[in-house]
Write a protein that binds this ligand. Structure first.
Ligand code: NI
Length: 138
């Protein structure tokens, strides 16, 4: 993709904040840091506006918890069109980690994530929001 250069004027304290951000996050340069900040903003906008987006839901849960796996599976069946793949890892004798790759209208994906994370026995859940760059809509 073609790259354009442009000058940016910033107050000194903002520039210092940008440089700290670059250092703390190990960005190779300011351009990469600014690029990531803009991308994050675009992703957030896409999720707010119910666009077709992609992401992943990460769940850590206790597999001994009564009925939990059945509930999690049943919820996922209601959203089978949005789920691309599910990866399951046994991370200890009783704890499981699922990574659920998703794509679809952002409101549906948020709804799915909220339902899964709210189940009793889910110790930790996180929705990672990203985007698709194509215009594909199903
Ligand atoms: Ni497991």
């Amino acid at each position: 993709m073609a790259v354009s250069r442009f000058g940016v004027s910033l107050e000194n304290d903002l520039l210092e904040a940008l440089d700290s951000y670059v250092l703390e996050n190990n960005f190779p340069n300011r351009s990469q840091a600014i690029r990531q900040l803009i991308e994050r903003n675009i992703v957030e906008k896409k999720w707010q506006c119910n666009n077709i987006v992609a992401g992943a839901i990460i769940l850590v849960y206790d597999h001994h918890k009564r009925d939990l796996i059945n509930k999690l599976t049943s919820i996922q069946h209601d959203y089978y069109k949005e789920i691309l793949a599910v990866q399951h890892f046994h991370i200890s004798e009783s704890v499981c980690l699922d990574i659920i790759a998703i794509k679809g209208q952002s409101h549906r994906l948020t709804e799915l994530s909220d339902k899964l994370i709210a189940q009793k026995g889910v110790r930790h859940g996180k929705l990672v929001m990203t985007k698709t760059d194509d215009q594909y809509k199903d």
